[in-house]
Design a protein around this ligand. Sequence first.
Ligand code: FAD
Length: 460
Amino acid sequence: MSERIVVVGGGLGGVRSAERLREMGFDGQITILSAERHLPYHRPCLSKQMITGEWTPDDALLSFSGDLDAEWRMNSPALHLDPKKQSVWVPGGEEIKYDGMIIATGVDARAMGGAPRHDPRVHVLRTLDDAIAIRKNIRQSQGLVAVIGGGFIGCELACSIRHMGRDVALIVRSPALLGGVVGDDIGKKITEAHVEHGVRLATGVGIKHWVRQPGGIGIHLSDGQVFFASCVVLAVGASPAVDWLRGSGLDISDGVLCDSTNHVVGAENLVACGDVARWPNMRFNGAVRRVEHWLNAVEGGRAAAENLLVGRNHAKTYTPVPRFWTEQYGMRVQGAGLPVLGTDTTDVNGLTGFIANGKLVGIVGLESPGKIITETPELFRQNAVETNVPVWTQPEQEPAAAEAPEVLPTAMIPVPEPVAAHASSVPPSVSSSMSPPLQRRRHSRSRPEMVRVGGGRARP
Ligand SMILES: Cc1cc2nc3c(=O)[nH]c(=O)nc-3n(C[C@H](O)[C@H](O)[C@H](O)COP(=O)(O)OP(=O)(O)OC[C@H]3O[C@@H](n4cnc5c(N)ncnc54)[C@H](O)[C@@H]3O)c2cc1C
């Protein structure tokens, strides 16, 4: 029987990892478990073109390699995992055994305590079906639409709803939009753009209570304001989709804990990628964290597939410089690195530079795509990775400034390819905690030395 790799999650990270498995020559069975009824789609458009109606659901579908040759199980969420048995269970009680697994279950929209979530006029936005329901509610109602939350998704939603000509209130707990993620200057410009476009902005406020009425929902704020909305969208963040992993023995506090090579800590032949993966990025002090950006799901998905096939002993550390973008009122904000780590800001050729421990750790620009491209190599240079030795467990504490790795003399080029996101090739060390390689032989398509699940280098 041929080997089987199960990909859990039919989103961006899942499909890009499956593609990479085939590119690497894996010719066993790929089974993709998807909790959704839709084939993989482009999530960023959900708060943009799918709300305004510029795109239809078909436009949102992701293209993927035609010869993926995968078994797609739609509407088939993984319900339970036994990593020791290498088994996963799906609805109907079916047990699916795997030789390797890629976890790419993303995140779920976070619930908001006290909000009348059961009311059909109250929505969250994570899935294509969520976006369809929000658009339908907006089109079939009149009056105010209230968006709760001033992060990327909340701001993009407010912009899209204004684009539809509807009255919008953006209700935000923090004093500024985008929560300081993009720096004060750009955050201020985005805030001004919302006001200029007629968004009714309430910042620095909490919600005291909700009153459901036939004509709308009353939202009573801590500063005494009351908004009466015909449609409400809660955009208050997300939490990792890990419920199905309860009882598996894995560390699922804030996502699936991985080592620096995407391998899940405490399990064999198991990797994770995308929004759900929490791993120590050795480029940025090795503290474990998740990254919820589109490009991280692409790069992380591909890296996870590579590292699953070569096995722990030969895996490379996954050390990307994360990149993100947001679009509002025709303005494009782009960022690279981890601005959130910054304790200070500085001007970097017209971009906002974020500094931590004397190093540039992030850049953000407004309408500056060229500058982002030219300045990103500086992030690679100042945050160079010294070694590819995998880190297997969470470091006790973040290294102090004096312990931070020294800058390598050679600049690293930020090619948006997954291999470029790996550390430079230093021979990997072998940890006693690693599993012995699987002994199965694999057939190969293109890279015969890298086509076995979980094991060392295959014989040619
Ligand atoms: C509205 C919106 C706008 C965004 N805009 C931007 C943007 O402008 N720029 C940017 O950089 N990023 C943006 N993002 C973030 C980006 O889309 C995500 O980082 C990316 O989709 C993550 O990919 P993923 O594969 O990790 O997770 P997902 O794309 O969420 O895929 C995970 C899949 O796994 C499924 N799943 C969950 N549990 C199970 C289970 N037990 N069994 C089987 N399947 C399961 C989910 O239903 C989902 O289909 C946006 C996200 C949203 C929601």
